[in-house]
Design a protein around this ligand. Structure first.
Ligand code: DX5
Ligand code: ZN
Length: 218
């Protein structure tokens, strides 16, 4: 079911880390809504990126909404640091913390928006009890860790079932999808009920970034 609200969140994982500030300006002028910031610790996922100090530096370059996707073990340890660095939202993986409810409470009490993410093999039941407490659920449509992977088709049915769960519970929760999003898969995930689209390689790999963002919204 297509949602009215639609946000595009390019992932700076596919940007040039030597010129992050300029690369964020590029998506801002091209009409992106959020900056998606992929934080990896080499433990939860087999890759490393950056942490709060880098977020603090890029915070000086833009007023855009900073959507921080923490692919780290025990994310509760870093919430205060990311708040101090200027994060607007923190998304933690249900698989990465023993106390998801406490972790979400911690994010909210810091005055940020809170989201919970699920890897492709994690069932929706993992978010059933936390749904009333979060602003957003992130359905991973690739295994987290790397950009440029192909979209996992079964994510579509998962998104549709999650949209039904949210509607049936009478809640207002956004559904974000991350991994393998391009001009074709964007339509499929929106039809299934997602309303916040992350795209890394499709946006930053495009010759015309504005046209790429428009294609995701079309
Ligand atoms: C993967 C990250 C994604 C990644 C998406 O672990 O969470 O945000 O940047 O990249 P694409 O859009 O290239 O699949
Ligand atoms: Zn991400």
């Amino acid at each position: 079911m297509m949602q009215e609200k639609l946000l595009i969140a390019p992932s700076i994982l596919s940007a040039d880390f030597a010129q992050l500030g300029e690369d964020i300006k590029k998506i801002e002028v091209a009409g992106a809504d959020w900056v998606h910031i992929d934080v990896m610790d080499g433990l939860f996922v087999p890759n490393l990126t950056f942490g709060a100090p880098v977020v603090k530096c890029i915070r000086k370059t833009t007023k855009m909404f900073f959507d921080c996707h923490l692919m780290v073990e025990n994310p509760e340890k870093y919430i205060a640091d990311f708040k101090a660095a200027g994060a607007d939202q923190i998304v933690v993986h249900a698989e990465a913390t023993k106390h998801l409810h406490r972790c979400i409470q911690q994010i909210k009490s810091e005055g940020m928006k809170a989201g919970v993410a699920l890897c492709p093999a994690t069932p929706l039941a993992a978010v059933e009890e936390i749904l009333p407490y979060v602003d957003m659920v992130l359905i991973m449509s690739v295994n987290p860790g790397f950009g440029g992977q192909s979209f996992i088709e079964s994510s579509l049915d998962k998104i549709a079932r999650l949209r039904k769960m949210i509607t049936d519970a009478g809640l207002d929760v956004d559904i974000q999808v991350d991994g393998g999003i391009n001009d074709k898969t964007s339509k499929l995930v929106r039809d299934a009920g997602a309303n916040i689209l992350v795209a890394g390689s499709f946006v930053y790999g495009a010759k015309d970034i504005k046209a790429a963002i428009e294609a995701l919204k079309a």
